[in-house]
Ligand binder design. Structure first.
Ligand SMILES: N[C@@H](CCC(=O)N[C@@H](CS)C(=O)NCC(=O)O)C(=O)O
Length: 214
C-alpha cells in the first residue's frame, strides 16, 4: 500500500501537499512516494467517489491513507502526521512545549475558523442541498465582516510573532492567506502585513508553487 492523498487541485488538500513538498526539499531522497488520488473540482461537491466515502464519510479532501493503513482527515492533522513521521530533525516543526503549543493553536484556528470564512463548502456539506453555501449573499457578508474584524487581525498576529525561520505553522496559516489571495484579493489587500507575507514568503516558495500546480 502506498501513502495516498485524496486531492483536488488548489483545494485544502494542497496545504498537505505543500508541506510534504517542503519536507522533500529538506530531506532529499528520504521521503516515500506520495500517491495523489486527484479528484475533479467540478464533480467533487456532488459526486463523491465510493473509495473516498469508504474511508471518510464526510467525503472531503484532504483525506489520507498511510502505507500501513492509517486513515486521516483534517488538513492540519495530516500536516502534523507528516512532520512527526518525516521531519526527524525538527527542521520544519520544533517539538519543545512552547513551539508545539503555538503550532497547535495556529493549526486549530486556521483550519477550524479562518478557512471557513473563505470557504465555498460547509463543514457539514454532505447534508446540504446547496453545493456552494459559502457564496450565499448573507454568508458572504458575514464572512467578509469576520475577515476584517477577527480573522485577518489574528493572522497578522501570527505573522508578527513568527520565529526567524520558515516553519510548519507558516504552511498551515500561510495556506489560509494564500486562499484569500486567490479567492478574495481585495480582502487581503486591506491588510498590508498579510499581503507582504503572501507575496514575499509564500508565493515565492518552490514547494508552494509545485503543490499549486498539482
Ligand atoms: N477542516 C477540513 C476542511 C476540508 C474541506 O472542507 N475540504 C473541502 C475542499 S477545500 C471539500 O472537500 N469540499 C467538498 C465538499 O465538502 O463536498 C480540513 O482542513 O481538511
Amino acid at each position: 500500500m502506498k501513502n495516498s492523498l485524496w486531492h483536488c487541485s488548489r483545494f485544502r488538500s494542497t496545504r498537505c501537499l505543500w508541506l510534504f513538498r517542503e519536507l522533500e526539499l529538506l530531506y532529499p531522497g528520504e521521503l516515500p512516494e506520495l500517491n495523489l488520488i486527484s479528484l475533479d473540482e467540478t464533480t467533487l461537491r456532488t459526486e463523491k467517489p465510493e473509495s473516498l466515502l469508504k474511508v471518510n464519510r464526510q467525503g472531503k479532501v484532504p483525506t489520507f491513507q498511510s502505507d500501513d493503513g492509517l486513515v486521516l482527515f483534517e488538513s492540519a492533522a495530516i500536516c502534523n502526521y507528516f512532520c512527526r513521521r518525516f521531519d526527524t530533525e525538527e527542521k520544519l516543526l520544533r517539538r519543545d512545549a512552547n513551539s508545539m503549543a503555538r503550532h497547535d493553536m495556529i493549526a486549530h484556528y486556521a483550519c477550524g475558523t479562518a478557512d471557513n470564512v473563505l470557504a465555498t463548502s460547509s463543514p457539514i456539506q454532505r447534508v446540504l442541498d446547496d453545493p456552494r453555501p459559502g457564496y450565499q449573499e448573507n454568508v458572504l457578508a458575514a464572512n467578509e465582516k469576520a475577515w476584517h474584524q477577527l480573522v485577518a487581525p489574528t493572522l497578522e498576529d501570527f505573522v508578527k510573532s513568527r520565529p526567524p525561520f520558515f516553519s510548519a505553522s507558516d504552511v498551515i496559516f500561510g495556506f489560509t492567506i494564500a486562499a484569500c489571495a486567490r479567492k478574495f484579493p481585495e480582502r487581503l489587500a486591506a491588510f498590508p502585513v498579510l499581503q507582504s507575507f503572501h507575496d514575499k514568503e509564500i508565493a515565492t516558495r518552490p514547494a508552494y508553487q509545485a503543490a499549486m500546480e498539482e
